[in-house]
Design a protein around this ligand. Structure first.
Ligand code: GDP
Length: 282
C-alpha cells in the first residue's frame, strides 16, 4: 500500500505556505474516529496559531465518546466544538468560537484603530470529514470547490463569511497517520480513504471485531442473532452467515460493502471506534 505518495508531500508544502496567511486553523475530525482522522503533523503545522477542533458528524457518533473526546482535546490554545454540519443551518456558535480563537489578533488590530478586522481561517482534515459542508454553511451558499484531490490548486481565493471572517477556498487535505494498520481500517470503514486500498471483506472483518468488543448488541441486531450466539461464532463464520442470510451466497465482498455502507450511514447504531483513554494519545 502506497500510503504517502509524492503529491501528499506537495500538498503538505502548499498547506504550510497557506498557513502563513491564516489566523485560526480549523481542524475537522470525524467524531467517530477523532484519533484516526487526525493528522500526526498537525501540531507541527499549526505551531502556536489559535487552533479550533471540530468534531463533526456527531449525529453518527457515540455521544458518550464524543463528550470524552471533547474534554480530552481541549487545551490552552485549542478550542473544541462538536457538531453535525449536515443538519446545522445555524452556524452562530461556530462563528462565536472562531472570533474567540482570534480574539488576541482582533484586539491588537482594534487597538491600532481597525474597525472591522478580518479573521482568516482555513479548514483542514482528511477527505470526507465534512470540510466542504462546514464551509458552505459558514458562507451561506454552496461553493464549488476543487474537491478532494490532494495537491490540486487553483488561484487562492477567500470566501466571505459573516463578521469579517474569510475562509480559504481550498480546504487542506491532510494525510492521516499511516504507520498503524488499524488507523487505515478505521478510515476505510468510515469512507475517508478509498475502498480500493483494502479488500472490503478485510475492513468488514475489522469492523466485526471492533463491534464485538465495544458494541456487541448492535452487532447482534445487525446479524439478526442473539448475543449468546455471537459468542460462539468466529468472525469469518459470522461474515459468511450474514452474507448468506442476506441472499448473497458466498459473495463476501458484496455483503461487506453493504455492511460498510450501513455502518457509514449510522444504520448499525451510533458508533465510535476511537476511545480517548485506552489506545490513543491524540
Ligand atoms: P469533505 O471531503 O471534508 O469536504 O467532506 P464533505 O463536506 O464533502 O462531506 C462528506 C459527506 O459527509 C457528505 O455526504 C456530507 O453530506 C456528509 N456530512 C457532512 N457533515 C455531516 C454530519 O455532520 N453528519 C452526517 N450524517 N453527514 C455529514
Amino acid at each position: 500500500i502506497q500510503w504517502y505518495p509524492g503529491h501528499m508531500n506537495k500538498a503538505r508544502n502548499q498547506l504550510e505556505e497557506k498557513l502563513n496567511l491564516i489566523d485560526v486553523v480549523i481542524e475537522v475530525l470525524d467524531a467517530r474516529i477523532p484519533s484516526a482522522s487526525r493528522n500526526p503533523m498537525i501540531s507541527e503545522l499549526v505551531g502556536d496559531k489559535p487552533h479550533l477542533i471540530i468534531l463533526n458528524k456527531t449525529d453518527l457518533a457515540d455521544p458518550v465518546m464524543t463528550k470524552l473526546w471533547q474534554k480530552k482535546l481541549q487545551g490552552p490554545r485549542t478550542l473544541v466544538m462538536a457538531m453535525e454540519a449536515q443538519h446545522n443551518t445555524n452556524m452562530q456558535a461556530l462563528i462565536t468560537l472562531i472570533k474567540k480563537a482570534a480574539s488576541e489578533k482582533v484586539k491588537k488590530l482594534e487597538e491600532r484603530g481597525a474597525s472591522n478586522p478580518i479573521i482568516r481561517v482555513c479548514l483542514v482534515g482528511v477527505p470526507n470529514c465534512g470540510k466542504s459542508t462546514i464551509i458552505n454553511r459558514l458562507v451561506g451558499r454552496n461553493v464549488t470547490m476543487t474537491g478532494d484531490r490532494p495537491g490540486v490548486t487553483k488561484g487562492q481565493a477567500w470566501l466571505k463569511a459573516p463578521y469579517g471572517i474569510q475562509i480559504l477556498d481550498t480546504p487542506g487535505i491532510l494525510w492521516p497517520k499511516f504507520e498503524d494498520q488499524d488507523v487505515g481500517y478505521k478510515l476505510a470503514a468510515f469512507g475517508a480513504i478509498k475502498d480500493t486500498i483494502f479488500h472490503a471483506d478485510d475492513v468488514a472483518l475489522f469492523v466485526i471485531r471492533q463491534l464485538r468488543q465495544y458494541y456487541p448488541a448492535y452487532l447482534a441486531k445487525f446479524a439478526n442473532c442473539t448475543k449468546d450466539k455471537l459468542e460462539n461464532i468466529g468472525d469469518t463464520d459470522l461474515l459468511l452467515a450474514m452474507t448468506q442470510n442476506n441472499g448473497m451466497r458466498d459473495d463476501y465482498d458484496r455483503f461487506s460493502l453493504f455492511m460498510l455502507q450501513r455502518l457509514r450511514k449510522g444504520k448499525l447504531g451510533r458508533i465510535s471506534l476511537d476511545r480517548p483513554s485506552a489506545n490513543n494519545e491524540n
